[in-house]
Write a protein that binds this ligand. Structure first.
Ligand code: FES
Length: 174
């Protein structure tokens, strides 16, 4: 009897993803100087906003670069993650100027609106809630960054509005 823990569907999904990763690498001509772009595309197409170790290894192998170099890139740039995250990463600034303007209260507001705790991802993989350090918008603290957008002067109403608008944006993409 077959004792494999991988189902047929899981095996097919691994093959599909492997082919997708190879296609991304080939699209950039396997050029070492395109490492950053390749990793960004792999992250964007992961469905969970991260670069898994197995795909980092495929990149290293295909580009003929040491795996340590791929790891260096993945850990140096804050935009990368090596663990699954939601489509939208909400980062609450915890540096001192924002802290004194009640950043902790903003964390609680997002936790309430999303139904998760800091560091967690919503079950639908839409949002991950994290801390960050100063994003350079101290004059409008408390501040949250969602993707590349920065939102300031946050209140409970504004937080609820933001979560709703990002949820609706996701719905519209379907
Ligand atoms: S301290 Fe929060 S944006 Fe600068």
């Amino acid at each position: 009897m077959c004792s494999s823990k991988v189902t047929k569907d899981q095996a097919l999904e691994i093959i599909r993803r492997y082919e997708q990763v190879l296609a991304i690498i080939n699209q950039y001509g396997k050029a070492k100087e395109q490492l950053l772009s390749i990793l960004l595309d792999i992250q964007a197409t992961s469905g969970e906003n991260y670069v898994a170790e197995e795909w980092a290894e495929v990149v290293a192998c295909q580009l003929d670069v040491p795996i340590s170099k791929v790891h260096d890139v993945l850990t140096f740039y804050a935009m990368f993650s090596t663990v699954p995250r939601g489509q939208y990463v909400i980062e609450i600034c915890k540096s001192t100027p924002c802290h004194v303007t009640k950043a902790d209260a903003v964390v609680a507001m997002f936790e309430e609106a999303l139904g998760i705790k800091l560091g967690e991802t919503t079950p639908d993989n839409q949002f991950t809630l994290l801390h960050t350090s100063c994003v350079g918008a101290c004059d409008i603290g408390p501040v949250a960054k969602i993707g590349e957008e920065v939102y300031g002067n946050l209140t409970a109403a504004k937080v609820a509005e933001l979560v709703t608008s990002y949820r609706e944006a996701k719905t519209c993409q379907k």
